[in-house]
Design a protein around this ligand. Structure first.
Ligand code: PLP
Length: 406
């Protein structure tokens, strides 16, 4: 049974008050809170198991290396990857996508080659492709979501043309909660010989992910949204694509030999992990994924579906609220504005006074904001520890906003 009260007790921060009110944390889309298992793993690593990894021939270095490297296997299990050597540690999705942009795309895309991406991408899955547009004349081809916020796979597939080299799409929108059928997109792209990158930053938090079934060449995740430390993350890269990539950053740990005239590199995945990594952050991410897998991703998804349905009914019941996007099967992420009154920032400030933490702004998705015809929204994004009474607190705080601003 999914015991949400027991789960909440695992997250010390959820017991605190904010502005004299119980914390109602609905900003999980930006970053999630950490369970005690993660906090303890990080503390233990620093208190008694810390040294630099890979280099030392001493006890603590070997211990830290074992703990750190074990996380590769944990991430592979979490993502359903068949080979842990296909997991590259990163500091988050932003680094993962930049690695693909610099390491795979930049050396092979030419002027006029196309990258297909959706209008609802996060800037992390836009700006690295703009670099290629600016520097190499690569063309960005945009696919618009439907009025309900859904992004049909066929629309993305239809956009693939003879010059398309890469399709880069999100698995779940961080603004609308829309879930995209990335498996269908990856299958069609593969049949056309086109590479695929999936931004799994949001999806991996809320649903079971199987990278083998999805079939993307690159699947990026970010640790801090997965209840792990900030500065942790990973990207799953298919072996055949790894072989095509040149390193993105150069430094220690990623070399075989360095001379005055030449350098040779170690094998992937470490070839793509230059310098001292985020040792403890990665160890913390391992603890976070173990925690999620113990709860069960199916169970987390089922709990969040209940919260989504409850929140959806309540939010759509407020006839003075505009909720953006209502795609079938969406995740528990709601973006909204108050009709004709109150900037998103003002609304979030009022909610904060009631202890309700939401995000306000463009959510690093300016092309989507433009598409929706808004400059900013408020976003309530739910996680594995949220409850129906917290939805009620959000609703009553919004009613207060309506009274203040209408
Ligand atoms: N992609 C999506 C869909 C996101 O929601 C985010 C974070 O907000 C990112 C990418 C960037 O992740 P990070 O900043 O952790 O690298």
């Amino acid at each position: 049974m999914y015991d949400v009260s027991a789960i909440r007790a695992d997250f010390p921060i959820l017991a605190r008050e904010v502005n004299g009110k119980p914390l109602t944390y609905l900003d999980n889309g930006a970053s999630a809170q950490k369970p005690r298992a993660v906090i303890e793993a990080v503390t233990r690593a620093y208190e008694s198991e810390y040294a630099n990894v890979h280099r030392g021939l001493h006890f603590l270095s070997n211990l830290a290396t074992d703990k750190y490297e074990a996380v590769r296997g944990t991430i592979a299990r979490f993502l359903g990857a068949k080979d842990e050597h296909e997991i590259v540690f990163t500091t988050g999705t932003t680094e993962g996508i930049n690695l693909v942009s610099y390491g795979w795309a930049a050396p092979r895309l030419e002027a006029g080659d196309e990258i297909v991406l959706s209008v609802m991408e996060h800037h992390a899955n836009i700006v690295p492709w703009h670099f290629l547009r600016e520097r190499q004349g690569v063309v960005l081809k945009w696919v618009e979501p439907e009025p309900d916020g859904s992004l049909p796979a066929e629309k993305v597939i239809e956009a693939i043309g003879p010059r398309t080299r890469l399709v880069a799409v999100t698995h779940m929108s961080n603004v609308l909660g829309t879930v995209v059928d990335v498996a269908a997109i990856c299958k069609a792209a593969r049949e056309k010989g086109v590479a695929t990158l999936v931004d799994g930053s949001q999806a991996a938090v809320h649903m079971p992910v199987d990278v083998e079934a999805i079939g993307a060449d690159f699947y990026a995740i970010t640790g801090h949204k997965l209840y792990g430390p900030s500065g942790s993350g990973a990207i799953h890269i298919r072996k055949s694509r790894m072989a095509e990539m040149r390193p993105f950053m150069g430094g220690g740990d990623m070399i075989r030999e360095v001379g005055r005239e030449a350098v040779s590199y170690t094998d992937p995945p470490m070839k793509f992990e230059a310098g001292t990594p985020g040792i403890v952050a990665t160890i913390g991410l391992g603890a976070a994924l173990d925690y999620m897998m113990t709860l069960g991703m199916e169970n987390i998804a089922a709990h969040e579906a209940r919260i989504r349905d409850y929140a959806r009914e309540k939010l759509f019941g407020l006839n003075w609220l505009t909720v953006q996007g209502d795609a079938p099967g969406k995740g528990a992420i709601f973006s909204f504005t108050l009709q004709g009154a109150g900037h998103a920032h003002d609304i979030s400030t009022v909610l904060d006074k009631r202890g309700v933490a939401v995000r306000a702004g463009h959510h690093c998705a300016q092309p989507l904001m433009e598409h929706l015809g808004v400059t900013a929204t408020c976003r309530a994004s739910f996680g594995l520890y949220n409850t129906e009474p917290e939805v009620d607190r959000l609703i009553s705080a919004l009613e207060l906003c309506h009274d203040l601003f209408a």
